[in-house]
Design a protein around this ligand. Structure first.
Ligand code: NAD
Ligand code: UGA
Length: 465
């Protein structure tokens, strides 16, 4: 099928590359010329495991093309994905200006034949109908440019206006760091809308994925497809993220109580996670949730509830537990080192989670800001940030090139991101290089016994060693 994906960030580029990989003809559109140039040369502008490989093979088979020309993309696609960012506004609302620009732009360029416009961006509930209206606005704008003032359009012109389309909400559930894997192995596909024709085309598009042809375990039953109305699909996306974020805040709260009563949260998480009604995922206590989605989506849902006169108390609590949790490493550093002024703290990891280069709303940023405020010197080593030099949004921190240089002269280390390689560092050597071998394991990722044997004072989160 002919597909156009507008917006080639973490979601758009992965979606475009995966759809091309399964045989569709994809054009990816982005208004960032630099990105387009990079992608045309076969390079991914983001770090995402497995993405470069499928991108490059799709370029070779000519299944994927990149452009900044929206008109060309719209004309090519029978399915048009909107996958632009919806970042948070200072009020907590979602900033929908990029979606708005794209929806109007689609309308202005819509031509010949039936098209399905798919909202993959995470958008406030009600956006499906709004996108439809904006596309229609775009069509009207185009009519104005084609018909002389007061004139009557010719039949030829009229046929150009006769654009037929439907809007579908198809929320995305991929995680950064495993985005390609998640796209080929989804738990479900949600399709919101009231057009059976559009839903049928979407089912055809996803069929190879639904039939698990590209899945890790091809013997699994087909991926469930949930067809809903537009608003329910939009709500499913927010509810899923809000639930997961709340689950993490819950275990973080339990961890803080464990710290006080002498229990071990890793064992508690195992014990409750074995209950199939609870499940063992997203019960990893630590320094709080971050990234480009949980914080913004939970805030946006709270804001939507507020708009409709409902105070989302549980979600507000999940946010405030998280805000406090993001300072837990600082609290633990103060307990061990007492005065932080003049001390040097080394951060192991900067990105909001492993296997990504994404620093958006990363817990490390708040930690750096607070340590600087208290007069501490901050250094960091992150496998991706140190290597690529992508330091957008970073200040007040010296980025070192390896973990041993990081340890040199530090009064304490804080493990901020659980990069796999941090489990096998030479901690014996690192302890000797430090002024005080203290480690705050902000993700309960390391083996306390190993660290203690290496000479460290080990402090976890809700963990007794
Ligand atoms: P991103 O910021 O990484 O990428 C957005 C892209 O859109 C950028 O490349 C930008 O240049 C481009 N863009 C902006 N305006 C444009 C325009 N007018 N025309 C063409 N391109 C334009 O964003 P992202 O992280 O991929 O997120 C996209 C959406 O998907 C958001 O709504 C987000 O909430 C949602 N989402 C993200 C994830 C994730 O893991 N990042 C997962 C699920 C859902
Ligand atoms: C999350 C969701 O998991 C995806 O389903 C969703 O599509 C995406 O948001 C989105 O809407 O953008 P992502 O933010 O990429 O994906 O990463 P997660 O693995 O969910 O982690 C989010 C944050 O929670 C990270 O800071 C992570 O360290 C933290 N986390 C996660 C914990 O502290 N404990 C856990 O047990 C799990």
């Amino acid at each position: 099928m002919r597909v156009c994906v507008i917006g080639t960030g973490y979601v758009g580029l992965v979606t475009g590359a995966c759809l091309a990989h399964i045989g569709h003809d994809v054009i990816c559109v982005d208004n960032n010329e630099e990105k387009v140039k990079l992608m045309k040369s076969g390079q991914s502008p983001i770090f995402e495991p497995g993405l470069s490989e499928i991108m490059q093979s799709a370029i070779q088979t000519q299944k994927i093309h990149f452009t900044s020309d929206l008109a060309a993309g719209v004309s090519h696609g029978e399915i048009l994905f909107i996958a632009v960012g919806t970042p948070p506004l200072p009020t907590g609302e979602s900033d929908t200006r990029y979606v708005e620009a794209v929806a109007r732009g689609i309308g202005e360029n819509l031509n010949g034949g039936y098209k399905v416009i798919v909202n993959k961006s995470t958008v406030p509930i009600g956006s499906g109908d709004w996108v439809r209206m904006l596309v229609l606005d775009g069509i009207v704008e185009r009519q104005k440019t084609l018909v002389p003032a007061g004139g009557v359009p010719s039949d030829e012109k009229l046929s150009e206006f006769a654009a037929e389309f439907d809007v579908v909400s198809n929320p995305e559930f991929l995680r950064e760091g495993s985005a390609v894997h998640d796209t080929f192995n989804p738990d479900r596909i949600v399709l919101g809308g009231n057009s059976q024709r559009a839903v049928a085309l979407m089912e055809q598009l996803y069929d190879p994925i639904v039939q698990r042809k590209y899945a890790e375990d091809q013997s699994l039953p087909p991926v469930p497809i949930l067809a809903t109305d537009l608003s329910s699909a939009e709500m499913i996306k927010y509810a899923a993220n809000a639930f997961l974020a709340t689950k993490i805040s819950f275990i973080n709260e339990v961890a803080n109580i464990c710290d006080r009563v002498g229990a071990d949260v890793t064992q508690v998480a195992k014990g409750i996670g074995l209950d199939s009604r609870i499940g063992n995922k997203f019960l990893q206590a630590g320094i709080g949730w971050g990234g480009s989605c949980f914080p913004k989506d939970v805030s946006a849902l709270i804001h939507t509830a507020d708009d409709y006169g409902y105070e989302a108390q549980l979600l507000k609590s999940a946010v405030s537990v998280n805000e406090r949790q993001r300072l837990i490493a600082l609290e633990k550093l103060q307990q061990v080192l007492k005065i932080l002024k003049g001390k040097t703290v080394g951060l192991l990891g900067l990105t909001f989670k492993p296997d990504t280069d994404d620093l958006r709303d990363a817990p490390a940023l708040i930690l750096i800001e607070q340590l600087n405020r208290l007069g501490a010197k901050v250094k960091a080593y992150d496998p991706i940030i140190s290597q690529t030099g992508m330091r957008h949004g970073l200040s007040g921190v010296l980025v070192e090139t390896d973990a041993e240089r990081l340890a040199d002269g530090c009064d304490a280390l804080v493990l901020v991101t659980e990069w796999q390689q941090f489990s096998t560092l030479d901690y014996l050597k690192m302890a000797k290089l430090m002024a005080h071998p203290v480690i705050i394991d902000g993700r309960n990722f390391l083996d306390p016994e190993t660290l203690i044997r290496a000479g460290f004072q080990y402090v976890g989160v809700g963990r007794q060693r």
